[in-house]
Design a protein around this ligand. Structure first.
Ligand code: NAP
Length: 463
């Protein structure tokens, strides 16, 4: 049986890796999700066959309650609320690791034994990383769900406090490794790890939260991996490492796409009210031109090609179906339509891909940034819908801008640029966008959904 269980863990690991690989493309992602879920099922069934399982009653009760809550949440959740759901799941994963590591330590104490070898270190790492993932994820959830203020919460001496707590945590961790039977010190370690989770996440701004959630996701994997060493369970070690590594890779991809270092995301308090940032990329007293959907339709009537650039505002307005309708109408009039996807448009990786897929926009029409950028100079109309930072030319030219160096979509190089948004307010980075004042840019002010629908009507009538 032991050999069968180990073989099942190996099969589960292969399925999880295949699933992860397939998540890399929108076309294969749904199948990848199912394959990874099957891998997890194989691992769970193999674990249930272990001889250490003495009673199935509690396990079955847990599976029933957990599956009911998980199933309900997954079907009810809005796409825009996905980051906070992932935050909750990470948090519970971290909390579970802390509980398992603690239960194992208590088991040793009950038997009058002390863990040896790598086990005490694994207990400390599982409990510590799991604890801070738990509270950190709950704070991330509360911020995104607007249960607490989303802006960075900073106070004087914050870094010193965090550094001191970090040093204390390391000290307590070493003390537990040296004397695992000392339960009060272990209790202190858990308390500090829970506090660390709160203090590390409160200085981070709302829209940086996806990066933090991805990092906490990685932490929850590392905590599970450490717990795998505590239990001597290779399945948990493998799946924990996969989550840990993939979370770190995703975190790096997001940071690179925003041209920010992880340190800057974690300690930069991005999004705190910053007057100098608002001033950066000033407008030179230029005035943006306001157009109506009817005016815009006239320009479309003389166009052959259009690139749509969706952003956070399209997601907020849930305008994806209206955008699809516009694309169909333009196609009917002989105008080619492509969608330009910036890696960090919206508030989570793949945000735009998922929304447009929901509206049945063909995958082949979604073009990644590097592939679409050379096409803008040859394009008649770039239609920016609720995007701002990801089309800000200052990122290319203004060294003083907080987004300097972030790769952007070169919409300003198209012949005509329409920007649909409600006002001249800045986007997540809090900086003004000179694109709005360019000679070839026309603003169409309004909610993304209503405005796109008005544009559909105008195009239908005129073109
Ligand atoms: P953005 O820069 O945040 O701008 C969104 C724009 O949408 C705003 O200027 C807003 O202007 C407009 N808007 C909001 N609600 C609207 C509505 N109902 N109808 C029409 N417009 C609406 O968005 P982005 O260009 O997509 O850039 C994403 C930002 O998030 C980047 O700075 C990126 O670094 C950051 N970020 C992304 C991720 C990720 O994984 N995707 C992760 C972390 C951070 P009005 O208020 O005037 O309407």
């Amino acid at each position: 049986m032991e050999l069968f269980i180990q073989f099942s863990y190996l099969a589960a690991a292969v399925l999880l890796i295949m699933g992860l690989r397939m998540l890399g493309s929108p076309k294969t992602a749904p199948r990848g999700n199912i394959i990874a879920a099957i891998g997890m099922l194989v691992a769970i069934v193999a674990t249930l066959l272990m001889k250490q399982v003495v009673s199935y009653t509690v396990i079955i009760a847990g599976v029933v309650v957990g599956s009911a809550i998980g199933g309900l949440l997954a079907t009810r959740i809005q796409m825009t609320a996905m980051p906070q759901m992932v935050a909750l799941l990470n948090g519970f994963g971290g909390g579970a690791s802390t509980l398992v590591a603690s239960a194992e330590l208590l088991n040793y104490a009950r038997r009058g034994e002390s863990p040896e070898g790598i086990v005490p270190t694994a207990i400390v790492l599982g409990a510590l990383i799991g604890g801070l993932t738990f509270t950190g994820s709950l704070i991330a959830f509360a911020k995104l769900q607007e249960l607490m203020r989303g802006a960075p919460l900073v106070y004087p001496g914050q870094r010193v406090v965090n550094a001191l707590l970090g040093a204390l945590t390391v000290g307590l961790g070493i003390a537990v490794v040296l004397d695992p039977a000392n339960l009060p010190i272990y209790g202190g370690l858990i308390a500090i790890s829970l506090l660390m989770g709160v203090l590390l996440v409160i200085p981070i701004g709302g829209a940086d939260m996806p990066v933090v959630i991805s990092l906490l996701n990685s932490y929850s994997g590392l905590a599970a991996c450490a717990t795998g060493f505590v239990l001597g369970n290779s399945g948990l070690v493998i799946s924990g490492s996969l989550v840990g590594a993939s979370g770190l890779i995703l975190t790096k991809i997001m940071c690179d796409a925003m041209n920010r270092s992880l340190t800057n995301v974690l300690f930069g308090a991005f999004g705190a009210v910053d007057e100098s940032a608002m001033a950066a990329g000033g407008t030179d007293d230029r005035v943006a031109k306001g157009y109506t959907p009817e005016d815009a339709a006239v320009i479309f009537s003389n166009s052959r090609s259009c690139i749509v650039v969706p952003g956070y505002g399209m997601a907020v307005a849930q305008a994806q179906h209206a955008v699809r309708e516009l694309s169909d109408v333009l196609n009917d009039k002989g105008i080619s339509v492509k969608f330009a996807i910036h890696p960090v448009a919206g508030r989570m990786p793949g945000h735009m891909n998922v929304l447009l897929a929901e509206a049945d926009v063909p995958y082949d029409n979604l073009v990644e940034m590097d592939d679409i950028n050379p096409e803008f100079p040859e394009t008649d109309v770039a239609l920016v819908i609720g995007a701002n930072d990801v089309v800000n030319p200052d990122a290319r030219t203004d060294k003083g801008s907080p987004i300097y160096g972030m790769p952007i979509l070169d919409v300003d190089r198209a012949r005509h640029v329409f920007v649909i948004k409600r006002s001249m307010n800045p986007g997540f980075a809090g900086v003004q966008n000179p694109l709005f004042f360019n000679d070839n840019t026309m603003m169409i002010f309004g909610d993304a959904k209503g405005t796109v629908l008005a544009l559909v009507d105008a195009v239908k009538e005129l073109v």
